[in-house]
Design a protein around this ligand. Structure first.
Ligand code: ARG
Length: 585
């Protein structure tokens, strides 16, 4: 909801109060944006629901509301449509005033939140010694965009990378490396992450088939947990190795996230179990310490347990998340916790949140949300793999996006007989390639699975990054062509609206605040993508129908200001998706 709707709602409520008595001042005015301009901009259908209660005809109810409703500063004369809809059309002067107001506002009319919170976004979170995969890519892109939006709203956001840097995999890996590549455990950069992943696979195979190996690996885990010097040194080296590789990806994607991995919570794990015990929640089940969950049963109808300490005394993923949750609430003083992972982990988080709640660790005013997303699939609708059936390395994937976008660009340059510098080409190729990957992911409703297709995401047509970037380039092209500096259109630029395409574009621009508020609530960046896509579309229609540079003053400046507003809205919106714009492409 935006400021205009807010005002209208208040006024309609007041009118209902005056017409039917104070208790009706609390009814929801049921105000909706109309899809068809024939019905104006908003429509209220509250009369239909009040009619029954009041024992009157809807039309009579609507008439009574309208008689008591003074919105003449915002709207044209109100109309009542059968059977009792109230149609509201915004006044042109009102729209123009709004546009002229946001024109001078770097935030384009989007207010800073009145209720700033400390929020934590837990995202990306790959695992050390394992390859970062497409699932982590989704978490990274979606989590970053959510963080950007919350930051823009004025929240105090802590971006956390909960990397998997602890646990039994290190026992196996260290044991194996001691055998086959001991220098990797004592010298920095002796391996590349690709090798590490290979070693990890081999170590796992040994672990599964060789008892002596298993025993040594387990001892190595105990040594790690006890802080034995050489094991810790080896562990640190392995972590550093992975970290460097992850950082390359973060740099390409322009991601900023603070690493606070699972190992960080190691010293808090025992207290988690002890406190669950004190709270009377802990039970033994087949030698493990568990908390039974409410509302979750197995096939036999027995309650499902959340294991917090394994039979061998070790702690697990859930224990770590419980410790992390407590730390984030107590030490970080977070008021909202957001976890961005694939939907496969929904059960895990439901369990962890339920146990924390039962233990009384979650204050009433704190909100804890799992933000799930679907799988990344190949174009064939099956699991995303390389042609040879391997897991796709993220770096290769991003490199390919850039290479393909470069090939597209070079073909276009040739067709248009344009000469550009290498610097220009590589910059455009990179921005377009990376934006395409990000946008393709963000423009999907995250809860659905999504098919990864280079061809589709790099296409200049449709709801894609290149289309959006191109719309921006077009606005800048107008400025170049007319030798116009948008920043200096003049202090008293006045936008005024006449043509239908101008109205449509202007009204859309004025909805940015509403869209951003919605994305904050629902944590669905695809809403913002949709908004931007429609904006580009409406801008293109405006551009086709309304000459800009060829118009006479004052129409010319007014239209230039609309172009500038469109450009700034696109640029701001895309930046909240983690996408940079280009002046030319
Ligand atoms: N490392 C985990 C994985 O790769 C994701 C961690 C998500 N965050 C959390 N607090 N559990 O699946």
């Amino acid at each position: 909801m935006n400021a205009t709707q807010e005002q209208l709602k208040l006024k309609i409520k007041a009118a209902m109060g005056t017409a039917f008595g104070a208790e009706y001042a609390e009814a929801d005015p049921m105000l909706m944006t109309t899809n068809n301009p024939k019905f104006g901009d908003y429509q209220s259908n509250v009369s239909l629901s009040l009619a029954k209660k009041l024992g009157q005809q809807p039309r009579a109810v609507a008439t009574a509301i309208v008689e008591n409703l003074d919105v003449s500063d915002i709207c044209e004369a109100l109309e009542i449509a059968e059977p009792g809809f109230i149609n509201i059309r915004l006044k042109t002067e009102y729209l123009e005033a709004q546009l002229n107001r946001i024109q001078t506002d770097p935030r384009l009319g989007v207010p800073i939140t009145k209720n700033p919170k400390r929020e934590i976004v837990d995202f990306s979170s790959p695992n050390i010694a394992k390859e970062m995969h497409v699932g982590h890519l989704r978490s990274t892109i979606i989590g970053d965009s959510i963080a950007r939006i919350l930051e823009f709203q004025g929240h105090d956001v802590l971006r956390l990378n909960h990397v998997g840097d602890w646990g039994t995999q290190f026992g196996m890996l260290i044991t194996y490396l001691r055998e086959v590549c001991p220098e990797a455990l004592t010298t920095a950069n002796a391996l590349d992450i690709g090798d590490l992943v290979e070693f990890y696979k081999k170590a796992k195979a040994r672990f599964d088939g060789d008892e002596t190996f298993q025993k040594t690996a387990r001892e190595e885990v105990v040594k790690l947990q006890a802080g034995a010097e050489d094991t810790i040194r080896a562990w640190k080296l392995l972590c550093e190795q992975s970290r460097q590789e992850f950082q390359i990806i973060y740099d390409i994607l322009d991601i900023n996230v603070k690493e606070r991995g699972e190992s960080f919570y190691n010293s808090y794990l025992a207290a988690v179990v002890a406190d669950l015990d004190k709270a009377g929640l802990l039970e033994e089940s087949q030698g493990a310490k568990v908390v039974f969950l409410e509302g979750f049963t197995n096939k036999e109808g027995q309650p499902l347990p959340l294991i917090v300490q394994k039979t061998d005394g070790g702690y697990n993923y859930a224990t770590t998340d419980l410790a992390a949750l407590r730390y984030r609430l107590q030490q970080d003083q977070a008021q909202r916790l957001i976890y961005v992972t694939d939907s496969g982990q929904a059960g895990h988080f439901t369990g962890v949140f339920q146990v924390a709640r039962k233990a009384g660790w979650i204050p009433d005013d704190v909100e804890i949300v799992h933000v799930p997303f679907g799988l990344v699939l190949g174009e064939d609708g099956k699991k995303f793999k390389t042609r040879s059936g391997d897991v796709v390395r993220l770096r290769d994937l991003l490199d390919e996006a850039i290479a393909r976008s470069r090939a597209d660009l070079e073909a276009r340059l040739q067709a248009e007989e344009r000469q550009e510098t290498e610097e220009f080409i590589s910059n455009v190729a990179e921005v377009v390639g990376i934006s395409a990957v990000k946008y393709a992911d963000l423009s999907q409703n995250r809860t659905t699975d999504y098919k990864f297709s280079f061809d589709r995401m790099l296409s200049l047509k449709g709801n894609t990054a290149p289309y959006m970037l191109y719309a921006y380039v077009r606005t800048q092209g107008i400025a170049r062509e007319g030798n116009i500096d948008f920043l200096n259109l003049g202090a008293n630029v006045k936008i005024f609206l006449k043509e239908e395409a101008e109205f449509t574009l202007a009204k859309h621009i004025l909805q940015l605040d509403q869209v951003i508020a919605e994305v904050e609530q629902e944590l669905l960046p695809n809403r913002l993508c949709e908004y931007l896509y429609n904006l580009s579309d409406k801008f293109n229609k405006f551009y086709e129908n309304c000459p800009v540079l060829k118009s006479e003053e004052p129409v010319r400046t007014s239209r230039l200001a609309l172009c500038d507003l469109t450009a700034r809205t696109l640029k701001l919106g895309l930046s909240l998706l983690g996408i940079r714009v280009l002046e030319r492409m």
